[in-house]
Design a protein around this ligand. Structure first.
Ligand SMILES: Cc1cc2nc3c(=O)[nH]c(=O)nc-3n(C[C@H](O)[C@H](O)[C@H](O)COP(=O)(O)OP(=O)(O)OC[C@H]3O[C@@H](n4cnc5c(N)ncnc54)[C@H](O)[C@@H]3O)c2cc1C
Length: 561
C-alpha cells in the first residue's frame, strides 16, 4: 500500500504506465487481483475508505462481530431520503467504506441464488456467457468450502460438488443451536411442504438449507483478505491507495475516459492518474452512479439541477435502484440461543479473549444465521396474475432466515432478558424501483438515495403473504415446546391491514453497460460491481458479484493480451 503523496511524487507518475485503474470494493478487489496475475499489466487500486487491517479491524474479521461494522468508520453511513412506503421514515443505508468494500461489513451470507438468476442475466444481456452453465468455471474459481475451526465435518449439510477452489473461504456453522434442529425437523416432518435443499449454492434456488457464510476456518473472508492482500504481498505490478476518493472521471480523448481525478477531502488538492487501457469503475450501487454523474455522464435534467454540465446524456444512470430490505419477527424461546450468550458480558469477554489467544471458540465461527428457506408464492396466487417478477419458475419470491438472537427492526429495543430467536423476511424480486441523484457537484457530499421501498402493490402484498406463510410454518409441530410467544410488537398480526402496518413501520434497509461491461457509447470505461445487475438477485448479492467479477477479469485480461 502506498500513500497518495508518494504515488504522486514518485513511483506511479514517474516510472509506470498504468494499465488500468480500479476501485477496491468487493468486485474491484477481485478484478485488480486477477489482472495483476499478468506481470505486464500494472493496476492502481483506489479506495476512498480506510484499511481493513488498521484500527478496529477485529470488527471486520472476528466472525462473532459480524454486523457490528455498520455505523462505524468502515461504513459510508448513508441514509435514504424519506420513504413514503415506510410512513415517511428515513432509514440507514450502510455501504462499506474500507478496502474490500461491503464484503467487510456485510452479514457474511454466501448464497449464489439458483440457475434462473444467471440465465435471466444471460437473456437480458444477450450473452450466453452469463448463464449458469457457462459461468461454472468462474463459480468454482471464486470460493472453497472450509471446515470450521472445530473441524466439524458438516456431512449431509452441503454438497461438496458445487463448491470450488477459489480464494474466498466459505463454511458452515461450528455450533448448532436448537433453532436449526427445529428447522430441519420441519423439513423432515413435511418434505412436500418444506423441502430440504442440500445446498442453496447449487442450481436449485428453492427449499430449506444449511447456510454457507464467508467464514474461512476461523475468520471472515473478504475480497480484501482473500484476493487483494495476497496479490499485494507478492506482486510489484499492483498498487493500492487508501483514503483517496475518486472525484471525477477524466475524458482523455473525445468519448474516452481513461483518467481519474482524486482528492483526500473536499478542500484538498486534486491529483490525476491516467491509465493506458482503461478505468474500471467498481464503486458500488451508490458510488458508481454518483461518480458517473459528477463526471457529466448521466441524465441531463438531473445534472443541470446541481450545476454539473452534461457531457453524455445517459438517462438510465442513477435509475432503477433496488434494495432488498429486511423485516424480522422475533420469538421468545424456551432454551438458550445466541441471544442468551450475547447478553452475558462476562461470557462475551471470555469468548473474545479466547479468540485473541488461539482463534477458537464461539467467536471463531458463524453462529448468528445458519439456516434459510427460499419460498415461492403458490402458482395460483392472485399476486402473479399480472406477471411474475421472479427470475424463473425455480426462483423464490421471498426468503426466511433463522437468526439465533433478537434481530431488531427499526424502532425496536432488544430485550435484556430471555432467550430469543428471529426470522428475517426478505423479498427476493421487489418491483419497486428508486434512484440515486446528486445533491451537489461536490464529490464529498452524499447523494440522495431513494430506494422507493414498497411503492408497488406487489411488494407490500408479497410481504403480507410471506408473513402469513411464516406464521403457518412456525405453528407446525416441529416448533412445539420451543416457541414461547412472539415479541409484543408482532403478537397481534392477524388481519392484512395489521400486517401491512407492521411492515411499513418496522422495515429496515438492507442497463447501462453492454455484455462486455464497457459503458455503451464510451471508450476506456468499464463498470464491474453490483450497480450493473439489472434486477435484485434472489439469494444474496455478494456471491453473484464475486462470480461476475471473476468473469469480468477474464474478459478484461483477454482484451489486453
Ligand atoms: C450491512 C450489509 C449487509 C449485507 N449482508 C450481505 C450478506 O450477508 N450476503 C450478501 O451476499 N450480501 C450482503 N450485502 C450486500 C453485499 O455485501 C454487496 O452487495 C456487495 O458487497 C457489493 O459489492 P460491490 O463491489 O458492488 O460494492 P462495494 O463492495 O460496496 O464496493 C464499493 C467500494 O467503492 C468504494 N468507493 C465508492 N465510491 C468511491 C470513490 N468515489 N472513490 C474511491 N472509492 C470509492 C467504497 O468505499 C467501496 O470500498 C450486505 C451489504 C451490507 C451493506
Amino acid at each position: 500500500m502506498i500513500s497518495l503523496s508518494s504515488a504522486v511524487s514518485t513511483k506511479l507518475l514517474a516510472y509506470y504506465t498504468l494499465t488500468s485503474i480500479t476501485i477496491a470494493g468487493t468486485a474491484g478487489s477481485v478484478v485488480a487481483a486477477r489482472l495483476s496475475e499478468e506481470p505486464s499489466v500494472h493496476v492502481l487500486v483506489i479506495e476512498a475508505g480506510v484499511s481493513d487491517n488498521g484500527t478496529d479491524s477485529d470488527i471486520i474479521y472476528v466472525p462473532l462481530l459480524a454486523g457490528t461494522g455498520v455505523g462505524t468508520i468502515f461504513d459510508w453511513n448513508y441514509t435514504t431520503v424519506a420513504q413514503s412506503g415506510l410512513d415517511g421514515r428515513t432509514i440507514d443505508f450502510p455501504r462499506g467504506f474500507v478496502l474490500g468494500g461491503s464484503s467487510c461489513i456485510n452479514g457474511m451470507i454466501y448464497s449464489r441464488g439458483g440457475s434462473d438468476e444467471y440465465d435471466r442475466l444471460a437473456t437480458i444481456s444477450g450473452d450466453s456467457g452469463w448463464s449458469w452453465k457457462e459461468l461454472q468455471q468462474y463459480i468454482l474459481m471464486n470460493e472453497h468450502h472450509t471446515p470450521p475451526w472445530n473441524d466439524k465435518r458438516n456431512v449431509g449439510e452441503y454438497n461438496p460438488l458445487v463448491h470450488g477452489f477459489g480464494p474466498l473461504g466459505t463454511g458452515l456453522t461450528p455450533t448448532v443451536f436448537e433453532t436449526e434442529q427445529r428447522v430441519f425437523q420441519m423439513t423432515d416432518d413435511q418434505p412436500e411442504l418444506y423441502p430440504f435443499n442440500l445446498d442453496p449454492n447449487s442450481a436449485n434456488g428453492l427449499g430449506f438449507s444449511w447456510l454457507h457464510t464467508t467464514v474461512g476456518t476461523n475468520a471472515r473472508s473478504t475480497s480484501a483478505s482473500a484476493y487483494l492482500h495476497p496479490a499485494l504481498n507478492s506482486r510489484s505490478n499492483l498498487d493500492v491507495l487508501i483514503h483517496t476518493q475518486v472525484t471525477k472521471l477524466i475524458e482523455t480523448e473525445t468519448n474516452m475516459y481513461t483518467g481519474v481525478q482524486v482528492a483526500q477531502s473536499a478542500t484538498a488538492k486534486r491529483f490525476s492518474f491516467t491509465a493506458s487501457k482503461e478505468v474500471i469503475l467498481s464503486a458500488g450501487t451508490i458510488g458508481t452512479p454518483q461518480l458517473l454523474m459528477l463526471s457529466g455522464i448521466g441524465p441531463a435534467a438531473e445534472l443541470s439541477k446541481v450545476g454539473v454540465s452534461c457531457v453524455h446524456d445517459v438517462p438510465d444512470i442513477g435509475r432503477n435502484l433496488q434494495d432488498q430490505n429486511i423485516l424480522a419477527i422475533q420469538w421468545e424461546v424456551s432454551s438458550p440461543t445466541l441471544s442468551t450468550f450475547l447478553s452475558n458480558e462476562t461470557a462475551l469477554r471470555a469468548a473474545l479473549a479466547q479468540y485473541a489467544e488461539n482463534k477458537t471458540g464461539i467467536a471463531a465461527g458463524n453462529t448468528l444465521v445458519n439456516s434459510i428457506g427460499f419460498v415461492r408464492l403458490p402458482s395460483d396466487s392472485p399476486l402473479l396474475k399480472a406477471g411474475d417478477p421472479a427470475a424463473g419458475p425455480n426462483a423464490p419470491h421471498f426468503q426466511f432466515a433463522w437468526l439465533n438472537t433478537f434481530y431488531p427492526n427499526d424502532g425496536q429495543t432488544t430485550p435484556t432478558t430471555g432467550n430469543w430467536m428471529s426470522v428475517s423476511i426478505v423479498l427476493q424480486s421487489p418491483t419497486s424501483r428508486g434512484s440515486v441523484n446528486l445533491t451537489s457537484s461536490n464529490a464529498f457530499d452524499h447523494p440522495a438515495i431513494d430506494p422507493a421501498y414498497l411503492q408497488t402493490s406487489f411488494d407490500i402484498n408479497t410481504y403480507v403473504a410471506a408473513i402469513k406463510t411464516l406464521q403457518t410454518l412456525m405453528s407446525t409441530p416441529a416448533w412445539d415446546g420451543f416457541l414461547l410467544a412472539p415479541f409484543a410488537d408482532a403478537a397481534n398480526l392477524t388481519t392484512d391491514a395489521q400486517i401491512e402496518g407492521y411492515v411499513r413501520n418496522r422495515l429496515i434497509g438492507g442497463g447501462v453497460v453492454g455484455p462486455d461491461l464497457l459503458v455503451k457509447g464510451l471508450k476506456g470505461l468499464r463498470i464491474v460491481d453490483a450497480s450493473i445487475l439489472p434486477s435484485a438477485v434472489a439469494g444474496f448479492p455478494q456471491a453473484e458479484i464475486y462470480i461476475l467479477a471473476e468473469r469480468a477479469a477474464a474478459l478484461i485480461k483477454s482484451s489486453y493480451l
